[in-house]
Design a protein. Structure first.
Ligand code: HEM
Length: 153
């Protein structure tokens, strides 16, 4: 086979490969919610603001009243890590699951609604866009069944 023919064939094979590979490379991976929220620092700031609002509320303050500063720091840190994990960030959550860690506290549907109200206030405070707010609230809503206790329990 003449050399020029081999050269043309190799070139054609490379061109075909490039046509297959480059569009796949060019397709940008959708950004995780974690990244769109602004990463770890943003999630930590959201958690601190949210905890602050919950603690100040006369109805919700009962949950935090007798916690030591260290226990509060621990719960805060685990919440940051959980949110990081839930939103697609690079964290590995090592805390307890939501049912185990909240069972027995007697968190009522009213407590839950209040906490959601404060979470919305926090997200607005940090000017989180509507789409990301919706995604955060949806992820939190999924934990409700494990955190809220049916009356009488
Ligand atoms: C009305 C709503 C809520 C209240 C009153 C509440 C209260 C608390 C309290 C008092 C603790 C400390 C428990 C302890 O030290 O043993 C705690 C732990 C924790 N909470 Fe919540 N919580 C609420 C909702 C949530 C939500 C929505 C999340 C996140 C999805 C969350 C994530 C956590 C985590 C990660 C911990 C630490 C778990 C562990 O100790 O392993 N909480 N919560």
């Amino acid at each position: 086979m003449p050399r020029s023919r081999i050269f043309t064939m190799v070139l054609a094979a490379w061109a075909a490969l490039a046509l297959l590979v480059f569009p796949a490379l060019a397709q940008e991976k959708p950004k995780s919610l974690y990244a769109r929220l602004g990463g770890y620092d943003a999630i930590a700031a959201v958690t601190d603001d949210f905890f602050g609002r919950m603690e100040k509320d006369p109805q919700l303050s009962r949950f935090f009243k007798y916690m030591s500063t260290d226990s509060k720091r621990r719960a805060r840190q685990l919440t940051v890590d959980l949110l990081c994990h839930m939103t697609g960030g690079p964290c590995f959550y090592i805390g307890r699951d939501m049912r185990t860690s909240h069972q027995g506290m007697g968190i009522t549907p009213q407590d839950w609604e209040l906490s959601v109200k404060y979470l919305k206030e926090t997200l607005n405070h940090f000017k989180v866009p509507a789409k990301e707010q919706e995604e955060v609230l949806k992820a939190i809503e999924a934990t409700r069944k494990d955190i809220v206790e049916p009356p009488g329990k």
